[in-house]
Design a protein around this ligand. Structure first.
Ligand code: HEM
Length: 184
């Protein structure tokens, strides 16, 4: 009888420890970005509340980016440290119109439009909409000329970070982040 009680007590403690660890993880405000890998040949990837589809031609690439926010959404390609050296495309939809910018991570915690640091904005077009709390933006990037602040989207694996913020601006901090590995 004594042995049974000890076994049950031990099992109860183990179960409670498991729950505590799980809850702690779920409650994290700023979770470590999750890494998913896209299979070779994929043209769509998703992670958490984000998804990204792309169509590539000889001279451009068209992305359809979706995130669960009515504020801004973004992708950043191949940053080296936080945002440093990342090729960033950030945008939002306001009053039915999409706004999108080609930016660059100039410091680990700072990004600027390519046009402010001697580069060019290579976004040829963008359209988008908001629905059921999600924002979707389709934008085309010119690949025929790249400045030093743009990814060349070369063959091979690239690290893509998704980010989303709560406001229709290019400057408010993100509420969500996720990371994926992609072969464009
Ligand atoms: C729009 C304005 C943005 C602001 C004001 C901003 C601000 C910050 C700040 C203050 C941090 C420091 C860490 C923290 O407190 O969480 C950070 C980290 C980071 N940001 Fe941003 N950010 C912005 C946009 C972006 C964008 C567009 C991306 C990528 C698409 C991005 C990706 C990251 C990543 C990957 C980190 C590191 C997270 C970590 O190491 O845990 N940020 N950002």
């Amino acid at each position: 009888m004594k042995k049974t009680i000890s076994v049950l007590t031990f099992a109860f403690i183990m179960v409670m420890c498991g729950f505590t660890a799980c809850n702690g993880k779920e409650k994290t405000d700023n979770p470590v970005p999750k890494v998913d890998a896209s299979a070779k040949g994929d043209t769509k990837i998703s992670s958490g509340n984000f998804s990204l589809e792309w169509v590539r031609t000889y001279s451009n690439i068209t992305f359809t980016l979706q995130g669960k926010t009515t504020g801004w959404i973004s992708i950043m390609i191949d940053a080296k440290n936080k945002m440093k050296d990342g090729d960033i495309y950030i945008g939002y939809v306001k009053d039915g119109k999409a706004y999108m910018r080609d930016e660059f991570g100039v410091q680990p915690w700072k990004h600027q439009p390519d046009t402010e640091i001697g580069g060019k904005d290579h976004i040829l077009s963008c359209t988008g909409f908001e629905k059921d709390g999600f924002t979707q933006i389709t934008f085309t990037i010119d690949l025929s000329y790249r400045d030093p602040y743009d990814s060349a989207f070369e063959p091979g694996e690239h690290t893509v970070v998704f980010a989303a913020g709560a406001d229709d601006t290019f400057t408010s901090k993100h509420k969500q982040l996720a990371m994926v590995k992609v072969k464009f």
